[in-house]
Design a protein around this ligand. Structure first.
Ligand SMILES: [Zn+2]
Length: 451
């Protein structure tokens, strides 16, 4: 199948940052031509043949790389609105863990489907997902059906205070279940599913568990994913329990380097930021969640200047409450100004966090993250001519400061049109919503909470 996206403002996110009025041609899952209007058809005359090419009219739209969210929790989507206005550790122990422990395969599938529907309608084409402890196969299965590109893994918890019995694992059992999931799912759905080992955070994991995941990442190439330096209280608890700061502890365990993605990093000191940059460890900025849980504002512009490889993510529905990459983009850009200066993180820089930088953080920038010939056909067409966007500003200003997820019209993943004119072509909106409402009620009853 061939798709020609015609006459939009193409935002390549390539090394030169080129934007121009032009076309993008996708064939057999890959981008085969990108260029000014007419130039693409000159290079690929077969695209003129009627019947063989789907043509998307992108006038009034920007054509951008698929958006990357490098820290989300699909398992928590059903908890949206069930855990508002609480600090991090209470939020986890009183609400999130009991709810996660109450999941079964059906509620988890419903949660994942709703999150995927929301994120893909908003132009998200790649995610890094941290699951709950059990039934992670249901999440991979939902991802395969939805057509998204995903790195994901069950969360791992073999220690900690206040962990419900249903989530508490043995170290060996946790590693074994993770290995089995990787073997079953990694490389499936045309290579779009990949495993990431995900020990939850220092307070709920032993040293042996962290070290076990590091060994496995080295031998299999799988990513490592956890949380770090999110909230001052959590940091203090780590220091009290282990006598050292969380960043130092993770580095001692070997849980660091280019395969390691750590969410948050809000509390990083200068010396820690430099160490993280030296190691090549990735930090995933989650600005809305940091605000809602009162964790603070990450020094993203400083981290960027120190050479920390950054990405962006919405985190979980109960700490956000959306999984909307456009809100995260806007918050990242605005909060950098409040935290550092008005010139910090200009629109074009911010937009790369959600595209090529996210892809680089995941180690797949040779495949996605920019519109360049040879890359996978992950492409988003977003209106930039709405009444909340017009009449001014260049395309980057429009995308970061004015556009919303409702402006996303079409989404391609691997060249497949998964969202067309604002409707998901694989997930039925009403079915997903009905199932999510029903499963959320059953889940909160099982967890002993009122929905
Ligand atoms: Zn998280």
């Amino acid at each position: 199948m061939r798709t020609l996206i015609r006459g939009g403002t193409v935002v390549t996110c390539d090394p030169s940052g080129a934007t121009f009025e032009g076309d993008v041609l996708v064939e057999d899952g890959r981008i085969v031509a990108v260029g000014p209007v007419a130039a693409v058809l000159e290079k690929a005359p077969a695209a003129r043949l009627p019947g063989l090419t789907r043509v998307i009219d992108a006038r009034g739209c920007a054509v951008v790389p698929g958006l990357v969210q490098a820290h989300v929790h699909l398992c928590q989507v059903l908890f949206r609105g069930m855990a508002d206005d609480l600090p991090l550790l209470d939020w986890l122990r009183e609400r999130i863990w009991p709810l996660e422990a109450a999941h079964d395969e059906r509620s988890l599938a419903a949660s994942a489907e709703l999150g995927l529907l929301e994120m893909m309608l908003a132009g998200t084409t790649t995610i890094l997902d941290m699951g709950t402890v059990h039934h992670y196969g249901a999440v991979f299965d939902a991802c395969a059906r939805a057509g998204i590109r995903v790195f994901g893994g069950k969360t791992m918890m073999d220690a900690g205070d206040g962990v419900p019995r249903g989530l508490r694992e043995s170290t060996r059992g946790s590693l074994k279940e993770s290995d089995a999931l990787r073997e079953t799912w990694s490389g499936k759905a045309g290579g779009r599913l990949r495993y990431a080992y995900a020990p939850r955070f220092i307070l709920s994991c032993t040293e042996a568990l962290f070290r076990g995941t590091v060994e496995r990442s080295k031998s299999s190439g799988a990513l490592l994913h956890s949380h770090v330096a999110e909230h001052p209280d959590e940091r203090a608890a780590v220091k009290k329990a282990l006598g050292d700061d969380d960043v130092a502890v993770l580095r001692k365990y070997g849980f660091a380097g280019p395969k390691t993605l750590l969410a948050h990093g809000v509390q990083l000191r200068d010396d820690e930021a430099k160490a993280v940059a030296r190691d090549g460890t990735r930090i995933v900025h989650c600005p809305s969640a940091n605000l809602k849980l009162g964790s603070g504002i990450a020094r993203v512009a400083d981290l960027d200047a120190k050479g920390v490889q950054l990405a962006l993510g919405a985190d979980g529905a109960p700490c956000n409450n959306n999984l909307d990459p456009w809100i995260e983009l806007r918050h990242a850009a605005l909060l950098a100004k409040a935290r550092t200066s008005t010139t910090a993180l200009p629109a074009a820089r911010a937009f790369r966090l959600a595209t090529i930088d996210g892809a680089r953080a995941l180690g797949i920038d040779d495949q996605v993250g920019s519109l360049e010939v040879g890359k996978r056909g992950d492409v988003v067409v977003v209106r930039i001519d709405g009444p909340h966007v017009e009449p001014g500003g260049d395309v980057m200003s429009r995308l970061v400061y004015a556009c919303t997820s409702r402006d996303v019209e079409h989404v391609l993943v691997d060249g497949e049109l998964v969202v067309s004119s604002g409707e998901h072509r694989r997930l039925d909106r009403e079915t997903v919503l009905t199932r999510a409402r029903k499963q959320a009620r059953a889940l909160s009853a099982r967890a002993g909470l009122r929905g």
